[in-house]
Design a protein around this ligand. Structure first.
Ligand code: 5MM
Length: 342
């Protein structure tokens, strides 16, 4: 059994100053959608080449503390035969792994999901640790709507997240706990806050009851936003204030870090929101990022599946990583976007 101290040290290293996490854990179905958008076939070799481009970007380790991998990716290697976890370790980046098996329809609950993957998880975690993973991720999703999320959905997902987290700590992996309230729809920022707060409160009740040591965990929540389809969208200051208010009410101070997901925000919005929250610090927890789309979208586009665009793809990724690194200390400004575009 890994000492609690080691888990806490890894969790703190993942939220080191100026750094955050790259979520590169798209399952085969999701990466296919991303590749479809640039008209690239989703073959195993193309997926490997794309991930290699990201993982070998010189200078990224200055802003990226860890990378979340997918089951296929953790078993892949760079062209010189170095396994991806080893390659990342050498650069000083901590390898992690997505271990959930996806959000599936929740029985007798129209429009709601429960995340599966607990069966056999103890054995899978043991294997992932041997493959080099030092942290893990499990994502639950909740929709906002008429009577949604239901208490039923809130509690089954909180229970599963805590069972996953306890198994991770037993296996020596830091669990990233990801309750994502989806921001699709026309809801107000107040409705987003209520749903997010409810989900978080249940998660921390279950984590406590299932004996999870909070200082060896990280939280990966959504930001509190008005729905993407709302007529009047909340601005950067309103999002920062509403998100912080919700987190202060529901997240214990023993949690070392909160690593937001981007959830379909534009790259610039995801960076500006994080920056505004850090400008309002200091906070009891580090406020950082664990972005998928908001770190990768420009890189994917610049690469376009062409080996000759490798450097352009790496520069685009490095640029977003640098700006989000600045947002970690509240020192990002919109001018930094323009300077790069010039
Ligand atoms: C990278 O995307 C992950 C989800 O992949 P699957 O849906 O295929 O399992 C996702 O869990 C991701 O880690 C987080 O949602 C953050 O990603 P975004 O793009 O929201 O920042």
């Amino acid at each position: 059994m890994i000492a609690a101290q080691e888990l806490a040290t890894t969790a703190r290293a993942l939220v080191a100053e100026g750094k955050g996490i790259l979520a590169a854990d798209e399952s085969t179905g999701t990466i296919k959608k991303r590749f479809d958008s640039i008209e690239v076939e989703s073959t195993e070799e193309n997926r490997r080449a794309y991930r290699q481009m990201l993982f070998t970007t010189a200078g990224a380790a200055d802003f990226v503390s860890g990378v979340i991998l997918y089951d296929e990716t953790i078993r892949q290697s760079s062209e010189d035969g170095t396994s991806f976890p080893e390659l990342l370790e050498r650069e000083g980046i901590i390898p992690g792994i997505k271990v959930d098996c996806g959000a599936k329809p929740l029985a007798l609950a129209d429009g709601e999901t429960v995340t599966e993957g607990l069966d056999g998880l103890r054995e899978r975690l043991e294997e992932y640790r041997q493959l080099g993973a030092r942290f893990a991720k499990w994502r639950a999703t909740y929709s906002i709507g008429d009577g949604l999320p239901s208490e039923y959905c809130v509690w089954v997902n909180a229970h599963a997240l805590a069972r996953y987290a306890a198994l991770c700590q037993e296996a020596g992996l830091v669990p990233i706990v990801e309750p994502e309230v989806l921001q699709e729809g026309a809801h107000t920022i107040e409705e987003s806050s209520r749903a997010t707060g409810r989900a978080l409160q249940a998660v921390y009740t279950e984590l406590h009851d299932q004996r999870v040591e909070l200082d060896g965990t990280l939280l990966k929540p959504n930001m509190v936003l008005s729905g993407y389809g709302a007529a009047q969208r909340a601005d950067v200051d309103e999002v920062a204030d509403a998100t912080l208010e919700c987190l202060y009410r529901h997240v214990p101070a023993a949690v070392p870090g909160i690593v937001f997901l981007s959830g379909g925000q534009t790259d610039e919005d995801a960076t500006a929101h994080l920056n505004a929250m850090n400008q309002r610090g200091p906070h009891p927890w580090e406020l950082s990022f664990s972005y998928g789309r908001a770190l990768q979208a420009p890189a994917l586009k610049a690469w376009g599946g062409r080996p000759e665009n490798l450097e352009a793809g790496q520069q685009a990724y490095l640029h977003r990583a640098r700006l989000n690194g600045a947002a970690r200390t509240g020192s990002y400004s919109a001018e930094m976007e323009e300077r790069a575009a010039a």
